[in-house]
Design a protein around this ligand. Structure first.
Ligand code: XMP
Length: 520
């Protein structure tokens, strides 16, 4: 996906902010903070940046992300000093700040790690901190900057490490901390100062105003005759996509709902009902047998993703073969999916997410992805503008391969039943306590490990179910929900009470990274 060659976005938003990614876990967060300030942002990997690309993008400002490397590592991602000579304001964050310092001939050294809430002392007045009156920031680094030639130091930490600097006579800044994370209180103010007081960025990103353009773009792409197939899951991305298609091409959109047997309890009925309330009447395809037959006995989730992707594609192809006027296939792909699926080389492919990686090679169709430039919160804004009901817009994300990625180890129908019932208990209990809308996802996972239990005075070897309830902004990073004990107690009692095969319930408390949200 290319900003420069995509006329939809290029014509509507000039002078974006370019976030150059060096593999940092917060790169998306930086891009989202910028967009929250109504300036369009793009993420590109450092390897794709050269002078020609930069000229074509013509950004109003550049932000260099953090990254896991030390600038002196052999494999450290680098960019030439030419980037600092372009007369474009640059803000380097964490690794980005160290990289600028090193490009300037400064020195970096391994020091005492500064992690989490850290006090800084501002020693020089500067526009970057204008109106920011806090003392604490969020740090996550071990290397520190010793010196930056030709610069003024704006702030130090209590270890006397450089926390912020500015190159003299240039609008180039480095901050060792992370203004983009919420733990840096009012950190957005620092980004805002950089965009509007230091750089000359203009507010050019108002998602709701793009709805008409999106509809026009679909009309222009699909034309007057072709039909478009879309698989709807009831989630916000596919529903908004289907709704936009419906406005654009009316009855020529063919929504299908595939029951692959990996849904949550009661989900198929609920989804079909919800969608019909907004005039989307999907073709219901009961295909659970063909999916489950192939999944039973599989031991790893990547194999399952592949099988599920293939089986989906076969069903789509069967439908398309029956009606040759269906020439397009629509997907609710969003911006992180696209970025995570490989426009960023040298980042490991962690999981083949169905939206982007799961369709087989042989499934060659015209793909239309109207939401590919948007983050999920922006898709929700579009959904709201379209009048899509809250139950759909605020529904938790649910992976395309459904419960198949919540079964660790061998896939069996027994474990599928456990995951389904336990997940329903988790969701229902959160809804009962008014907590469902406050979290990103909440579900139950089952593996092969057993725990001895006593049920009805009898020794039983039962399954262990792990509960995962997380907060996240975009699925790229996450932290576990600090769930009140009484809610956890209720979930535990219900799971062990209502599912006889379960003898132990555990709660997953590891953030992403180092963990991921789904277990596999
Ligand atoms: P992870 O587990 O990678 O999940 O931390 C991040 C987000 O992606 C969802 N997810 C998937 N979505 N197909 C999807 O459509 C998949 O195979 C898949 N795996 C994970 C996950 O639920 C979370 O919201």
């Amino acid at each position: 996906m290319n900003y420069v060659s995509d006329s939809f976005i290029k014509e509507r938003v000039k002078k974006p902010v370019l976030v150059i990614n060096f593999g940092g876990q917060y790169s998306h967060l930086i891009a989202r903070r910028v967009r929250e300030l109504n300036v369009f942002s793009l993420i590109m990997n450092y390897e794709h940046i050269n002078e020609r690309v930069l000229r074509e993008i013509n950004p109003c400002a550049i932000i260099l992300s953090g990254g896991p490397y030390s600038v002196y590592d052999e494999k450290a991602p680098r960019i030439g000093k030419w980037l600092l000579e372009q007369d474009i304001p640059v803000l380097g964050i964490c690794y980005g700040a160290q990289l600028i310092a090193s490009l300037m001939g400064g020195h970096i050294k391994e020091g005492i790690g500064e992690y989490g809430r850290t006090k800084i002392n501002i020693v020089e007045k500067d526009l970057l901190f204008d109106g920011w009156s806090n003392d604490y920031v969020w740090m996550s680094h071990r290397d520190y900057i010793i010196d930056v030639p030709d610069s003024k130091i704006i702030a130090y930490t209590s270890n006397n490490y450089i926390a912020a600097y500015k190159l003299r006579n240039k609008k180039i800044y480095g901050v060792q901390f992370h203004p983009e994370v919420k733990h840096t209180i009012n950190g957005t103010r620092i980004i805002e100062n950089f965009l509007f007081k230091i750089a000359d960025c203009k507010k050019n990103w108002f998602v709701e105003d793009l709805v008409k353009s999106l509809v026009d773009q679909i009309k222009g792409t699909v034309g007057d005759r072709d039909k478009v197939l879309i698989a709807v899951s009831g989630g916000v991305d596919s529903t908004v996509t289907a709704y936009l298609l419906k406005i654009a091409i009316g009855e020529r959109v063919i929504p299908v709902f595939i029951n692959h047997g990996l849904l949550r309890e009661g989900e198929d009925k609920e989804v079909v009902e919800n969608l019909s309330r907004i005039g989307i009447k999907p073709l219901y395809i009961d295909a659970y047998k063909r999916f489950l037959d192939r999944l039973i006995g599989t031991c790893d989730c990547e194999t399952r993703r592949k099988i599920i992707g293939e089986e989906y594609a076969r069903i789509f192809k069967e439908i398309m073969d029956r009606d040759p006027s269906i020439k397009w296939f629509a997907q609710g792909t969003t911006y992180p999916d696209v970025v995570e699926s490989g426009t960023i080389p040298h980042t490991d492919k962690i999981k083949t997410h169905h939206n982007v990686g799961g369709l087989p090679e042989w499934f060659k169709v015209n793909i239309i992805e109207p939401l590919k430039w948007f983050y999920k919160d922006e898709v929700r804004m579009i959904g709201e503008k379209l009048g899509i009901p809250k139950e759909i817009i605020e529904r938790h994300p649910f992976p395309g391969p459904g419960l198949a990625v919540r079964i660790v180890g061998k896939f069996t129908l027994k474990k599928l039943g456990i995951a389904r019932k336990a997940s329903k208990i988790v969701e229902d209990t959160l809804k009962k306590y008014g907590l469902y809308d406050n979290v990103w996802q909440a579900f139950a996972v089952v593996g092969d490990d057993h725990w001895v239990g006593i049920k009805g005075d009898k020794r039983v070897e039962g399954y262990i179910v792990t509960i995962r309830i997380v907060h996240s902004d975009d699925g790229m990073t996450a932290d576990y929900h600090r769930i009140p004990y009484e809610v956890l107690d209720e979930i535990t009692a219900k799971i062990t009470g209502e599912i006889p095969e379960v003898t132990m319930v555990t709660y997953a408390v590891t953030p992403k990274p180092p963990s991921t949200i789904e277990p596999c």
